[in-house]
Design a protein around this ligand. Structure first.
Ligand SMILES: [Zn+2]
Length: 459
């Protein structure tokens, strides 16, 4: 019997709006469990909660997939001015190795080539104070590349000045995430607030020195992705994947980043399972729901997922990644590669709500779609902050202020309803009407090589 899309989607949007469990998920993930650093007890509580939700919703093959995570922790991160002992508040960079250095400060501005050329003779052995943001008059260069140049020129460590206002400072990463190496760290790096950065620049002008120390440890520990499936009725061997990372950085309840995406995965799964139970409407190809571990630790959870599943089973027809959904209402989908665009846009047009399908100009390595991209799998994420119209709340991610109130439940309801409609419609596109994926691992890696060192477009 053909699907009565009008009836089905009326039910989906009604259930997304009225039947929502968003508030309960938010309070469990952010308020009760809190920080969910992969391999911590917080992550363990979260993965068990997510598994129970999938099982309770009636999904099948619900599994906690364990993998060995190369994790990191730090016991101390401290600094003081040598001349007068003033203590400096800082955070180590995510996965910064242990170090201890006492050296004069040098203000390197944004660390652009012309700034560093002028300072080259003064850098060896010094602590560089460098702005996180992009200097407005030179082509933008990723922080990882600027730190690598500072290391080459002999700097002993870097203090990175956060761009946020009002004393806020968050965890950042120093390595080049386009290369899947968990521990590429160009040089010892810490972050300070904009205000502390201003003080340090003044100290640098006065020729003063900083004592800087991080005690950290790398270790391997078990961590878990959560996987569940809603089987397709026509082509059950094929699937579309929708995923989001459930982990956080250290010390944040992770509301925007990424309880928001995790909740949309849970609720979209529940909605479509309930649709099957209530109206007897099933997906055509299977739908796979995944929450990833360790996005914040160099995407290791998503890499583990792709290497476990890719090869033994057919790749997903499309893998949609949800991350940081406090950016504003759903606007559409951004594909990594162009060949599915007409299909997805036709589907959006049939839904009639003005959603758009775009294609990224560059292969984006900032979240869990990236391991899929590297494997030549069609991947997508939602229209994110980097384009337009984002809420100020979406600026909260790797800091304690990323609390449950940064998530907008009414906007999540629309994400859930629209994604459920999209997934269901795409699941019913016959294999013969689905465009062939022309990608190979080699063609993708050649393209990545070309794009190395570029900043992924941010506005
Ligand atoms: Zn995230």
């Amino acid at each position: 019997m053909p699907i009565d899309w009008h009836e089905v989607e009326r039910w989906i949007m009604g259930e997304a709006w009225i039947g929502s469990n968003i508030e309960a998920h938010l309070s469990t993930l952010c308020d009760e469990i809190g920080p969910r650093w992969a391999s911590s007890s917080g992550e363990w509580q979260a993965v068990n909660y997510i598994r129970d939700q999938f099982t309770g919703a009636g999904l099948v093959d619900v599994v906690l997939e364990e993998y060995p995570l190369q994790s990191w922790r730090y016991d101390a991160a401290a600094a003081h001015i040598v001349e007068d002992g003033q203590e400096i508040h800082l955070l180590p960079f995510n996965r910064c190795p242990s170090f201890s250095v006492t050296a004069p400060l040098v203000d390197v501005g944004y660390g652009t080539p012309h700034e560093l050329d002028d300072l080259a003779a003064r850098l060896p052995g010094k602590i560089a104070v460098v702005a996180l943001g992009y200097e407005p008059f030179t082509p933008p260069s990723p922080l990882s590349a600027r730190l690598a140049v500072l290391a080459q020129k002999g700097a002993a460590a870097a203090v990175v000045v956060d761009r946020k206002d009002g004393g806020r400072v968050e965890y950042h990463s120093a390595g080049d995430w386009s290369i899947p190496e968990p521990d590429s760290h160009p040089l010892p790096t810490v972050a300070v607030s904009r205000e502390v950065g201003a003080q340090l620049r003044k100290r640098a002008r006065q020729g003063q020195s900083l004592h800087l120390r991080v005690d950290a440890e790398f270790f391997t520990a078990p961590a878990h992705n959560v996987v569940a499936e809603l089987p397709g009725i026509h082509w059950s061997q094929e699937h579309i994947l929708v995923g989001a990372h459930h982990d956080t950085v250290i010390g944040t309840p992770g509301g925007n980043d990424n309880a928001s995406g995790t909740i949309v995965v849970l609720e979209t799964a529940r909605l479509l399972a309930r649709l099957q139970q209530t109206l007897g409407v099933s997906p055509g190809r299977s739908l796979r729901f995944v929450t990833f571990s360790a996005e914040e630790q160099t995407l290791q959870g998503a890499y583990a997922y792709v290497s476990r599943h890719h090869g033994p089973e057919p790749a997903p027809r499309l893998a949609i990644n949800l991350d940081e959904l406090s950016t504003g209402p759903i606007k559409g989908l951004v594909l990594a590669f162009p060949h599915l665009r007409p299909l997805v846009q036709r589907t959006f047009d049939a839904m009639g709500d003005g959603l758009k399908c775009h294609v990224m100009a560059q292969l984006d390595y900032s979240s869990d779609h990236y391991p899929f991209i590297r494997a030549g799998i069609d991947a997508a994420f939602l229209w994110r902050w980097r384009f337009s119209g984002r809420h100020a709340d979406s600026d909260f991610h790797h800091e304690p202020g990323d609390t449950a109130d940064k998530v907008r439940p009414r906007e999540l309801k629309e994400y859930i309803g629209q994604l459920a409609r999209l997934l269901l419609r795409l699941s019913h596109v016959a294999p013969t009407d689905w465009p062939t994926n022309p990608l190979t691992v080699e063609s993708v890696s050649a393209r990545l090589q070309d794009e190395r060192g570029q900043v992924v477009r941010v506005n």
